[in-house]
Ligand binder design. Structure first.
Ligand code: GLA
Length: 408
């Protein structure tokens, strides 16, 4: 009998020994064992690309940092000032990355210091291939060297792109940079820009803090640019990003791409929809406009602190679509205080009445509570099981519903 037990134990042990490496090979836990502890809520800030593309320079970045403070954006939570592609020109004899001296004559360290002096954080861009999307030197083969350089400069955030990567494996390539950043000795948020090609939501939870889920955003609500297939409208991105809600959470976010609010291609109603949808999807909120010269309409959208609070809610659940009928949709995001953010979205070209009900919120019909309109900033009539609003074309109505505390 004892012999049988011993044999069974041995067999169990052998099975475990065999199973462990196989399991390890199929998960990225081997490379990055634990989250890096950054981005407990979706990162907020500004990125140069959507407005300035390769025309970025140190004056623009400084003016943007100043305007983020003066406009109140910093105090509303916009933290990271990120220079996107085309800041780099070459590598020196030791392989150290060199900034474009025409555009950044004071150097990147001085720029990072300036951004820090304004109470903001500083971000930079590279790519996992040989060249960036804009054809500048990228980080393949230089990951640790670049991470050390970034740490020396005071970089707090790296957007890491995926052009010119040949047959590199995305999981491996991003893990190398993640490890390099971790060993640099500085806290650096890793923003993965791989466009969702290798489904990073399935494996990047402990690699990066955010990952793009689609190709590039384009400043249009729903009209495609026939010449640019990779450029996605707001509604296209919404439909690609929404089903990924189970994969988002504190420290790891689905990135629906940088905002176009204020860049001129959409109506105020469409920009309000864009901003509200990004917030209910707990997407990073990286403004992509010219902050130093924005108009009041743009400012009032980017500085809607009620909507920002939905995005930044510490529970960190990505909201989702709970009802759809043609162009009319109801979206819900559970909040840390037990309340719900509720979005009524009208994709259509005519105004439409949209109604949301208690079961869509996941509540019994008897629950009562307060309702705040997040665009008019007014308390509305009390919640008693449903709400209906007439929503403008391409527009939204957005509410926060706080249930009454349970009666004892
Ligand atoms: C890719 C990214 C964009 C931007 C450009 C820069 O297209 O998806 O967000 O960073 O590269 O070249």
């Amino acid at each position: 009998m004892a012999r049988v037990v011993k044999l069974m134990l041995w067999l169990a042990l052998a099975a475990n020994l065999w199973a462990a490496p196989a399991l390890a090979e199929t998960t990225q836990e081997v490379v990055n064992k634990a989250p890096n502890g950054l981005a407990p809520t979706p990162p907020m800030g500004w990125n140069s690309w959507n407005k300035f593309a390769c025309d970025n320079n140190e004056q623009t970045v400084r003016a943007t940092a100043d305007a983020m403070v003066a406009s109140g954006m910093r105090d509303a939570g916009y933290q990271y000032v990120v220079i996107d592609d085309c800041w780099q020109t070459a590598r020196d004899a030791e392989g150290v990355i060199v900034a474009d001296a025409q555009k950044f004559p004071s150097g990147i360290k001085a720029l990072a210091d300036y951004v820090h002096s304004r109470g903001l954080k500083f971000g930079i861009y590279s790519d996992a291939g040989r060249l960036t999307c804009g054809g500048r030197p990228a980080s393949e083969g230089h990951e640790y060297q670049d991470a050390i350089t970034y740490a020396r400069w005071g970089v707090d955030y790296l957007k890491y792109d995926w052009c010119n990567t040949g047959d590199r494996n995305a999981q491996e390539a991003y893990a190398v940079m993640a490890d390099a950043l971790r060993s640099s000795g500085r806290d650096i948020v890793l923003s993965m820009c791989e466009w969702g090609t290798a489904k990073p939501w399935l494996w990047a939870k402990n690699t990066g803090n955010l990952w793009r889920t689609t190709g590039d955003i384009f400043d249009s609500f729903s009209v495609k640019d026939p010449k640019r297939n990779w450029a996605h409208t707001v509604v296209e991105i919404v439909d690609l990003n929404e089903p990924l809600w189970p994969f988002a959470g504190p420290g790891h976010w689905n990135d629906a791409d940088m905002l176009e609010v204020g860049n001129g291609g959409m109506s105020p109603a469409e920009y309000r929809s864009h901003f509200s949808l990004w917030a209910i999807m707990a997407s990073p909120l990286m403004a992509g406009n010219d902050i130093a010269h924005m108009d009041d309409a743009t400012r009032s959208i980017l500085l809607n602190t009620d909507v920002i609070a939905v995005d930044q809610d510490p529970l960190g659940v990505q909201g989702r679509r709970v009802w759809k009928d043609g162009d009319r949709e109801v979206w819900v995001k559970p909040l840390a205080d037990g309340g719900r953010a509720l979005l009524l979205f009208n994709r259509g070209d005519a105004a439409a009445a949209i109604r949301a009900t208690a079961d869509q919120l996941g509540w019994p019909a008897a629950v009562a509570g307060n309702v705040r309109d997040l665009w008019t900033h007014r308390q509305l009539a009390r919640w008693s099981g449903s709400i209906e609003a007439t929503v403008e074309p391409h527009g939204v109505a957005m509410f926060r519903i706080e249930p009454d505390p349970p009666r004892r």
